[in-house]
Design a protein around this ligand. Structure first.
Ligand code: NAD
Length: 487
């Protein structure tokens, strides 16, 4: 007699970044499960869209209340996923700000898209616009800032009237389940917002089901996502890596510059897409700047004893430590000097790196070309402003850049010539400052598609239709009087 075979469920091992132990195993969503979830979301989406932006705002306001009640749990879960970066504990609050911001902005965004009038070229034709949401938006997100980067696209998509199927990073899936406990408190929202778990193949399964994709992650994966979307002829929005420069001029306040550069480079262990990854300093102040930076860097504490206490957590994703190690070894082999830091420390299973400052670097080194994604600060001297701008622009990326000069005018003149989407003057890390007000494009390999922040980012999830009504007589084929009537 043939024995019955039971298919074994594929499991995802989730490593705890503080202990190095696999302390969670989650089922990997199969293609069939992804397709089933997509079908359920698709079936519920028309009712969500029919609620209108006002109805959706009412549901999202109830969700905001649920998030507020669980904000601390969300922060804790994010901290376990990431190893306890500063921002992790703020994730409940950041989610609330994101939703509250769209409660204000979404109705205005819809209002700004309304259009009614008469055709200029055919004056007997009345025109009105209609916007319709893409039914199913697929969101594929990375392991750094796992909640914020999942919701940056999902929240405006939901306000737009789309259903959303999220595929969070397989490295940091815990916070998503904590979040969905709040989603389930609002049944209308739970009907149109769901997630699946697993590695890249699950991301591909989402692309196979969705009507448009928002992807945040690395350049190599971004290329694969773009190809898969092109095969299906669906739009994709890609938010990719960075190699963001900071220029410090001779007239800059060096204390201010060192403070801003250190924070911009090592915040969240440097695992931020817009971390400062290259510093160019006027040669006349190079040594003085490095001395100040080193002094400040040596005061930075690891959070290995207490995740809430120190400044730098462990690497969230262990293989990232290997990439950082490779970049450091390559730089040293090509003549760079590590002035402070440089050793990956295994503390209780977590992999840590103290702020690592390098001098004597050049553009032949990986650390000046590829994304390092660690708390490393390579500092290079430049001769004059033209050289500084040339070096800053000598990159495949163009996410953000910073300029710290003697005054804002000097910084602005340099900043206007750098090819990047966000230019921070007299400080670093100002991305949050522009979230609500306006978006910006990414240059080079850093992105593709429309801006993901600012009020217009909601447009990515809407298609515009024109309804054209003939109010005059219809033309006959022999005498098409419509053409040539108007302007
Ligand atoms: P990654 O590219 O390895 O993975 C990102 C997501 O894509 C994960 O969910 C992964 O499972 C999924 N994926 C992997 N292969 C796939 C495939 N073939 N098809 C579909 N999905 C697939 O990136 P990561 O290491 O998780 O994240 C770090 C990267 O993200 C860095 O390069 C960083 O700069 C970038 N990032 C960019 C921004 C931005 O806004 N520009 C923000 C944060 C992070």
């Amino acid at each position: 007699m043939a024995s019955a075979t039971v298919a074994r469920e594929a499991l995802l091992d989730v490593r705890n970044p503080r202990t190095g132990e696999v302390d969670l195993r989650l089922p990997i969503s199969s293609r069939v499960e992804v397709a089933d979830k997509a079908a359920r979301l698709r079936a519920a989406q028309p009712a969500w869209e029919a609620m209108g932006v006002g109805g959706r705002c009412a549901a999202m306001a109830r969700w905001l209340g649920a998030v507020r009640a669980r904000a601390a749990d969300i922060g804790e879960a994010d901290a376990v996923d990431t190893g306890g970066c500063h921002t992790s504990y703020l994730q409940g609050f950041i989610t609330m700000r994101n939703v509250a911001g769209w409660l204000e902005d979404a109705p205005k965004a819809f209002e700004s898209l309304k259009w009614e009038g008469v055709s200029i070229s055919m004056p007997t034709v009345a025109v009105e616009s209609q916007v319709v949401a893409y039914p199913l938006v697929g969101v594929i997100s990375p392991w750094n800032a796992p909640l914020m980067l999942a919701l940056l696209d999902a929240v405006p998509a939901l306000f737009a009237g789309s259903a959303v199927l999220l595929k969070p990073s397989e490295v940091t899936p815990r916070v998503i389940e904590t979040l969905f406990a709040t989603v389930r408190e609002v049944p209308e929202l739970a009907a149109v917002f769901d997630y699946v778990t697993g590695p890249g193949e699950v991301g591909q399964a989402v692309i196979a089901e969705a009507d448009t994709i928002c992807f945040t992650g690395s350049v190599p994966t971004g290329r694969k996502v773009a190809v898969a979307c092109a095969e299906r002829l669906i739009p994709c929005n890609l938010e990719l890596g960075g190699k963001d420069p900071c220029i410090v001029t001779a007239s800059a306040d060096l204390n201010r510059a060192a403070t801003a550069v250190l924070r911009g480079a090592v915040y969240a262990t440097g695992q931020v897409c817009y971390s400062i990854e290259r510093v160019y300093v006027d040669k006349s102040v190079h040594d003085a700047f490095v001395a100040k930076l080193v002094e400040k860097a040596r005061a930075v504490r690891l959070n290995s004893d207490n995740p809430r206490a120190g400044h730098i957590g462990p690497f969230t994703f262990a293989p990232q430590a290997e990439i950082v190690k490779r970049h450091l070894a390559d730089a040293v082999a090509k003549g760079a000097t590590i002035v402070t830091g440089g050793e990956i420390e295994d503390i209780g299973g977590g992999l840590y790196l103290r702020p690592t400052i390098l001098t004597g670097v050049n553009h032949d080194m990986l650390i000046m070309q590829d994304e390092t994604f660690g708390p490393c600060i390579p500092v290079m001297a430049y001769r004059d402003t033209e050289e500084a701008i040339r070096l800053a622009n000598d990159t495949s990326f163009g996410l953000t850049a910073s300029v710290i000069a003697g005054d804002a005018e000097e910084a602005r003149a340099i900043g206007r010539r750098i090819n990047a989407g966000g230019i921070f003057l007299q400080d670093t890390f100002l991305t949050f400052a522009k979230l609500r007000t306006f978006g910006s494009d990414s240059f080079g390999w850093s992105g593709y598609g429309s801006p993901r922040i600012g009020p217009e980012s909601l447009r990515r999830f809407l298609r515009r239709k024109s309804l054209l009504t003939q109010t005059g007589p219809v033309a006959d084929i022999q005498n098409d009087h419509h053409l040539g009537q108007g302007r």
